[in-house]
Design a protein around this ligand. Sequence first.
Ligand code: 13P
Length: 257
Amino acid sequence: MKKKFIVANWKLNGDIKTISNFLKNLKLKAPLYLKYNTIIIAPSTIYLERVYKNIKDINIFVSAQDVDINKKGAFTGETSILMLKDIGVKYVIIGHSERRFLHNEDNKLITEKFGLIKSLNLIPILCIGESENERKENKTKEVIKNQLSMILKRFGNKIFTNTIIAYEPIWAIGTGISADPIYVQSIHKFIKNYINTYDANNIEKLIVQYGGSINSKNAKNFLEQPDIDGLLIGSASLIYEEFLKILKISNDILVNN
Ligand code: 13P
């Protein structure tokens, strides 16, 4: 049975006190769930090293929420992939819809970031997904193909070995309205199939996780689907009780299978 990848995307939230309290509780309980889960915490850049030092001994990983395409130089305000690697970061979220829309990030820039992260042997968590209007117009698969095709054309499908894709329909993010798990299952299958058949390589360790209004009440329905390999959780991941409940749910599904 494949481990599930459970990622806490804290976005622009948290302070030293709440993070310390969260990690104290995570360290107490999370080791019970590590056999069946890979747990990844994505705090804001400023807290990355603090979180890493706190949890590295129990095999919980940290992810950055973004990275610049430049490795070093006169780029005020940016964070370099070399710096992330230097402090122990293993994963980097890229292409989150909040960055695509609020910071005008396009597929070309995201393709650059994807290649850069892979070139340094870190693991990208590539976010993709359609808007409300695109869903209404039945364009979900077309949008997803567009979001993946520039990477595929540039690097071939082999580059997706050992990567994570987070399918996050934009209309489900932060709305309290999660997508239908059966619908998500079909989209995940489509994503895996599209990447795997793009050229001759069979891609190993391609994780496709779901994100969008996940909480402890709906997580089970998603995690039970065969092609939902994990979750990218926003607001529910800020509350340690809720996050631990989701880890337990994921653990229990795998224990019973
Ligand atoms: P919510 O879980 O708050 O809907 O956020 C999802 C998300 O954007 C995770 O990256």
